[in-house]
Design a protein around this ligand. Structure first.
Ligand SMILES: *Cc1c(COP(=O)(O)O)cnc(C)c1O
Length: 409
């Protein structure tokens, strides 16, 4: 399926209203929460029976986003104490699971005090610490052991989260030791395994092969446990990709269909859980920049815009030219010559969002809207750089106690 880079009318209207109502030219994030709800329902609809969907909130943990998603997901995946706070503030309470390297004792304690469903232990030392903390709380804690598997070469290429040296999880060579340590911990119960091997996976066939490989290994992993009957959960992570450039979608229905058939044919199939982030929220967000100046330098046209990569770092993080949609608004002279490099307000040549974009008729005061800005957008940026004010964040379709516009200081 191809998604053209268009911006829905109601988002354009809101962007124009924001610009009309502001003293200065604007930069803002607009999130379409109704579209997010539709997407979450679509993701759920295709899941095979019994397969669960958790949302990895590090992709976007703004309160209205979590509130919109909560009714549709089985829970939230978190990776820090701060993210526990975000989940606790959510209007619809959902369970949460806790991954991530370098968990603090205080974070593990806070997670357990607030009923974390499962802790994904990332190493041998963490197992020992978790046992001691659970004992102190008089609690029995369910855990998944996160595995950094040794993948066959055709699957290992281009993976950044596993199958290569990483700080995440336990190598398969150490897995027996990790499982024995959990089994020997009276306050921990091993419920299964967690593998988050990739990010940016666009190729559904490769994702199928990876799931296949996990399921092939599952009986051997499970057999390591003292009580294999307790071991029923395989968290297959996230990592479904978003094609920012061509607009092709990762074939989620195809992946789900394949997985459903594979599980139905498998004796003692594990309960599978996914925890995507990017694939859930990327599509609902738009970053709006208003054109401040149009100029030429050594033969190249620059559209200097309000905001920049300190507010929307994703294009730099991905090293790509982000798609740009032009919304005319300015009253100044329209430039015929088409190609513009879209930059922000930072005093660094790295502040580039897209190079040589064909934008015929561009004028100062126009809006440029960058779609696919709902995941790893504002929250991975360095908004305090140069002491610029933070952008508006506008949530269209917010139904909760949260205000629709959040202006950070
Ligand atoms: C970041 C992360 C995810 C989500 O990854 P996406 O690429 O956004 O789907 C899921 N699980 C873990 C453990 C993560 O660190």
């Amino acid at each position: 399926m191809t998604v053209p880079h268009t911006v829905p009318d109601h988002v354009v209207r809101r962007a124009l209203e924001l610009a009309d109502g502001a003293d200065d030219p604007i930069s803002a994030f607009i999130y379409d929460l109704d579209a997010l709800r539709e997407r979450a329902a679509w993701l759920k609809l295709h899941l095979p029976p019994g397969v669960q969907l958790y949302y990895a909130i590090k992709a976007n943990s703004e309160a209205p986003v979590l509130d919109a998603l909560a009714p549709f997901v089985d829970g939230f995946e978190i990776s820090s104490g701060g993210e526990i706070g975000r989940v606790l503030e959510c209007g619809t309470r959902r369970g949460f699971i806790f991954s991530g390297p370098g968990k603090l004792d205080s974070e593990l304690t806070r997670a357990m005090t607030h009923g974390v469903e499962m802790v994904h232990v990332e190493g041998l030392a963490e197992i020992g610490r978790l046992e001691a903390l659970a004992a102190r709380l008089g609690r029995r804690q369910d855990v998944l052991v996160r595995i950094n598997p040794t993948l066959p070469p055709q699957l290992a290429t281009k993976l950044s989260m596993a199958g290569a040296p990483t700080p995440f999880g336990v190598d398969e060579a150490e897995l027996a030791e990790a499982v024995a340590l959990v089994d020997a911990s009276p306050h921990l119960t091993l419920r299964g395994f967690h593998v988050h091997a990739m990010s940016h996976q666009l190729d559904v066939a490769r994702h199928m092969q990876l799931l296949d490989w996990y399921l092939g290994r599952w009986p051997a992993w499970r057999a390591l446990a003292a009580k294999p009957d307790d071991v029923t959960c395989l968290n297959a992570g996230g990592g479904m990709g978003v094609d920012y450039l061509a607009g092709r979608q990762f074939d989620w229905p195809g992946l789900c269909r394949y997985l459903g058939e594979r599980l139905a044919a498998m004796p003692d199939a594990p309960a599978i859980r996914f925890e995507p982030g990017r694939f859930v929220t990327a599509y609902c967000g738009y970053y709006v920049m208003q054109v401040l100046d149009l100029k030429h330098s050594h033969g190249r046209g620059f559209a200097v815009c309000r905001g920049g990569t300190h507010q929307f770092r994703l294009p730099v993080a991905q090293a790509h030219d982000h798609p740009v949609v032009h919304v005319p608004r300015g009253a100044g002279p329209r430039r015929e010559a088409g190609r513009w490099t879209v930059v922000g307000q930072l005093c660094t040549p790295k502040d580039v969002l897209a190079r040589d974009v064909d934008l015929p008729g561009l004028a100062v005061g126009d809006l440029l809207v960058l779609p696919l800005a709902g995941a790893y957008g504002y929250n991975i940026s360095h908004a305090d750089f140069l002491c610029h004010p933070r952008p508006l964040q506008v949530f269209l379709g917010a139904r909760s106690h949260h205000t629709q516009v959040m202006e950070s200081t």
